[in-house]
Design a binder for this molecule. Structure first.
Ligand code: NI
Length: 256
């Protein structure tokens, strides 16, 4: 069995003491690929470095909506340089977060639009973060993004209607440990209604630990719990879900 954790942040300092062990545990659980995503310039640099160090780790670079106000021409230039590394297979994570509003919304929207254009010019698929910003996310994607270029909306926790609109725009949907939470039956219904060939599994480590590890630091090995839940929702075997979702990731991120 080979799993693909399509979204993790194991470059974060929280893993400085045991990063190699975390990677070893993932391998022991059958995690064959990890996509480490950037959240700002610094973590994007660390993501590339990590991917250069480990054959089974790939990188995405980009500026998270929380840091949207730090996006400028200089940052764009640095991201573009980083994206030149062969280990970079996607642009992200980028998007809108109106839950925390850590950056002013108009600056988030500007950074999102600019980075979608940059990703497109670099011919990279995008990794989208969208929280409590459904309308603007869809509007901007429709205006700025060519569905042919592909992408994933990660850590999905929005409505069924939004999922449908994203699928119509050729997006994949990334599911985390959230789908194992007892009280989120509505989210499992969205998993069931998402075609299996459009699903990616992810941990979003260090966040979103699945049951029964809820509240603790997450790690890529636990993408297995997410895949198990997808298997239940689709009435498939775990092996089949691993095979399909891993292939989905390899195809979307053009990894051979
Ligand atoms: Ni993330």
């Amino acid at each position: 069995m080979e799993l693909f954790d399509s979204h993790a942040h194991i470059d974060f300092p929280r893993y400085n003491k045991d990063r190699n062990k975390v990677i070893d545990r993932a391998r022991a659980e059958g995690v064959r690929y990890i996509l480490n995503c950037g959240a700002d310039l610094e973590s994007s640099q660390r993501a590339v470095k990590l991917a250069q160090e480990f054959d089974d780790i790939f990188a995405a670079v980009g500026i998270h909506p929380h840091e949207g106000s730090t996006y400028n021409l200089e940052a764009a230039k640095k991201l573009q340089d980083l994206a030149g590394s062969e280990e970079v297979v996607a642009f992200g994570e980028i998007g809108l977060d109106y839950h925390y509003d850590n950056s002013p919304r108009d600056e988030q929207r500007q950074a999102f639009r600019a980075q979608l254009r940059l990703a497109s010019s670099l011919e990279l698929p995008v990794i989208i973060h969208s929280r409590e910003a459904e309308e603007d996310t869809i509007k901007i994607l429709k205006e700025e993004w060519d569905p042919e270029d592909g992408g994933v909306v990660h850590c999905y926790s929005s409505s069924a209607e939004m999922a449908k609109k994203l699928l119509d725009l050729n997006f994949h949907i990334g599911f985390t440990g959230l789908i194992t939470f007892k009280n989120l039956e509505w989210l499992r219904r969205i998993v069931s209604n998402t075609p299996i060939n459009k699903i990616l599994v992810e941990t979003d480590s260090p966040y979103m630990s699945p049951e029964p590890y809820r509240g603790r630091r997450n790690e890529p090995a636990r993408v297995k719990e997410v895949a198990m839940q997808v298997a239940k929702c689709h009435n498939l075997t775990m092996d089949k879900v691993a095979e399909i979702t891993t292939q989905n990731g390899l195809d979307l991120f053009k990894i051979n």
